[in-house]
Design a protein around this ligand. Structure first.
Ligand SMILES: Nc1ncnc2c1ncn2[C@@H]1O[C@H](COP(=O)(O)OP(=O)(O)OP(=O)(O)O)[C@@H](O)[C@H]1O
Length: 254
């Protein structure tokens, strides 16, 4: 589904030296994978993800998505190919002065989706993420989890085959993280979308990914197949918080 062949991304530094953010990376992601990319801060995870849809143009190497060499396409053809690759971000990247409905409309307008069918499609994807009732709200009126759902709906609008997720739950609490992971899992199962997730959170990666690449210093350190553990139930109720805060005090007093 996705092949990166000997891909590098080199940045020019202010002192005229060069920095290899991604250094000769080759990897393949199969159709149907929930593929994790993990590594420490600055390892190159986000850069690698953005090379898959050419948000970052590789300095060298080849990026093949669904049989098409993206590195060889004209701007217009690349724009078209990108419609089958949705993306979500840590901080949601919604347009603040547009409503939920208008945010989800944007990619449909850009893709020249048939005008008469746009509203139905917006409703359909918002229903899928459970937000149909909030269509006329603005992002500032939503919780973090709701904002990420809108971002997911926007990413799904053009019926992508691949969803790229850059730290999708890093700005969310454990309860909301669980909800978003469940949405990602249903996208994978029900819509047959291949998912690539960048995260530094080991629990997240272990819960839903079936294959994981560890990135270090811009290079592939190792790729492993794993058995996803399932999404942990993190029902952090007020009682849970209280117990966490007081159990140490009680054992100190014992
Ligand atoms: N536009 C840029 N110009 C110069 N250097 C860059 C640019 N973008 C990223 N880098 C550098 O490339 C390296 C990899 O960055 P990247 O954001 O991909 O890492 P990461 O693993 O996602 O880190 P984090 O987990 O902290 O987000 C970092 O050292 C970063 O400073």
């Amino acid at each position: 589904m996705i092949s990166l062949i000997d891909v590098s991304k080199v940045y020019n530094q202010k002192d005229n030296s060069t920095f290899h953010a991604i250094d000769s990376v080759s990897l393949s992601i199969n159709r149907g994978d929930i593929y994790g990319i993990i590594g420490r801060s600055g390892a190159g995870k986000s850069t690698l993800l953005r090379l898959i849809n050419l948000l970052e143009i590789p300095s060298s190497g080849t990026v093949i998505v669904d049989g098409e060499d993206l590195t060889n396409l004209s701007k217009q053809k690349l724009r078209h190919a990108r419609q089958s690759i949705g993306m979500i971000f840590q901080h949601f990247n919604l347009v603040s002065n547009k409503t939920v409905l208008e945010n989800v409309l944007v990619p449909l307008e850009l893709a020249r989706y048939p005008k008469k069918e746009r509203l139905d499609r917006v409703r359909e994807v918002l229903r899928f993420v459970g937000l149909e009732d909030l269509m006329s709200k603005y992002p500032s009126q939503l919780s973090g989890g709701q904002k990420q759902r809108v971002a997911i709906a926007r990413a799904l609008a053009n019926k992508p085959k691949i969803l790229l997720c850059d730290e999708p739950t890093s700005a969310l609490d454990p309860n909301t993280t669980k909800e978003i992971l469940e949405v990602l899992q249903s996208i994978h199962k029900e819509l047959d979308v291949t998912i690539v997730i960048v995260s530094h959170e080991m629990d997240l990666i272990k819960s839903i990914c079936n294959r994981v690449t560890i990135i270090d210093n811009g290079q592939v350190y190792e790729t492993v197949d794993i058995k996803p553990k399932g999404i942990v139930n993190s029902d952090h109720t007020p009682d849970w918080f209280l117990t966490q805060l007081t159990e140490e005090r009680e054992s100190d007093n014992a």
